[in-house]
Design a protein around this ligand. Structure first.
Ligand code: NAD
Ligand code: WQD
Length: 342
């Protein structure tokens, strides 16, 4: 059984990916400092899979502690999710983002080199494209200037990994650029549970519907789109999780012929904010309290992926639509509102 180190395994995408890895026969070890998560995720993973995952509560910016994980465990591959991810916060605190996201990545690469672990999957983001000139964006769409220090850490992370894999023989990496991950595991036993306040559209919708927020503000309805609101490519977190398993399997099977490859992960289709709200109202049967507000600074009008490369090379296909995203996100919101917070 191959042993995979998942960094950020208590986080939103990490915990769902741990479930998909276990479902596909991998042994998983997690490391998370719980800066935006809690150990409850490990319990939830056990409830879903019946497997107790070992978690190291370690900050990956601490090289010595990170090395200890690598010397304790015989790791075959790494999926590196751990990072700070709030765009607005990164504008306020760029050094925090550089320090956390880049040092933890550097320490991971250092350990790959020292402990001979050749396989790395890296969580990147569509934010690397900046305000792209062409739609849909393909993997070869040129990076524009990063719109935030967070996005810059993803651009820099991609460059650092590319230089590292070029220099060190045997190192292989896959960079996965996610569009807008959303939704939850179908069981309703696990979903997004950030410590920090959610600001993404779909948790804002479900938190409003459950009564934890007064209303959803739609950030602008006068853009040049089919209904005036912004267009995004929402990808179900379990479809996204499965792409990691497939990418990892490709590296373990030695099917990749280049040191570093890159894939967009989205559904290849745009959904507007107002369409997302309509989808929520349809699947939940709830009337959502929303108003139209001002545009949000820094928002791109529209972005969605060309994900043909992932379909062709990884043999991955997202199966779930915006309706399934809303259904599972709503099921999770209702379930978690019944559990007292830690
Ligand atoms: P998340 O905050 O839920 O998960 C990240 C996890 O990493 C958290 O549990 C956090 O405690 C942990 N972590 C952060 N810094 C750490 C450190 N120094 N040492 C150990 N653990 C640390 O976020 P997520 O939504 O699951 O995102 C996972 C990855 O995907 C991130 O790299 C993020 O940038 C990227 N990504 C997310 C989105 C999104 O919209 N959710 C989109 C594109 C890319
Ligand atoms: C989606 C749409 C908003 C909240 C962010 C990061 C990106 C990536 C994914 C990490 C936009 C609108 C939102 C609300 C609204 N993350 N909206 N009212 O901004 O597309 O992308 O997450 O890599 O880097 O920037 O996601 O969910 O915030 O917004 O109208 O209360 O919903 O304007 O059009 P975004 P989002």
């Amino acid at each position: 059984m191959k042993k995979i180190l998942v960094t950020g395994g208590c986080g939103y995408i990490g915990s769902h990916t741990v479930i998909d890895l276990i479902d596909n026969g991998f042994e998983v070890v997690s490391v998370d400092n719980n800066s935006n998560s809690s150990l409850r995720a490990i319990e939830q993973i056990r409830e879903v899979t019946g497997v107790q995952v070992k978690n190291y509560t370690v900050d990956l910016t601490d090289l010595e502690k990170t090395k200890r994980i690598f010397s304790n465990e015989n790791i075959d591959g790494i999926i590196h999710f751990a990072a700070l991810k709030f765009v607005g916060e990164s504008v306020e605190k760029p050094l925090l983002y550089f320090q956390n996201n880049l040092n933890s990545l550097m320490n991971i690469m250092h350990c790959m080199s020292e402990f001979n672990v050749p396989n790395l999957i890296f969580s990147s983001s569509c934010s690397v494209y900046g305000n792209a000139d062409e739609l849909p964006v393909t993997e070869s769409t040129i990076f524009k200037d990063a719109e935030s220090p967070y996005a810059r850490t993803k651009q820099m992370g991609e460059h650092m990994i590319t230089d590292f894999a070029k220099a060190e023989k045997g190192i292989q990496a896959i960079l996965l650029r996610y569009f807008n991950p959303a939704g939850a595991h179908e069981s309703g036993l696990i979903g997004e549970s950030p410590i920090n306040k959610a600001s993404n559209l779909i948790p804002v919708i479900t938190e409003t519907a459950i009564g934890n927020r007064d209303k959803v503000t739609v950030f602008g309805d006068t853009y040049e789109t089919r209904d005036g609101s912004c267009v995004r490519d929402y990808i179900h977190v379990m479809d996204l999780a499965n792409a990691h398993t497939k990418a990892l399997q490709r590296l373990l099977d030695k099917k990749q012929e280049v040191p570093v490859d890159v894939f967009n992960l989205g559904i290849g289709n745009g959904v507007t904010v107002l369409e997302a709200i309509k989808s929520f109202e349809k699947v939940s049967g709830e009337k959502l309290n929303y108003t139209i507000g001002d545009r949000r600074a820094g928002d791109v009008v529209a972005i969605y992926s060309d994900m043909e490369k992932a379909t062709n090379v990884l043999k991955w296909k997202p199966n779930r639509t915006i309706d399934e995203i809303m259904q599972t996100a709503w099921k999770w919101e209702q379930a978690r509102s019944e559990v007292p917070a830690l």
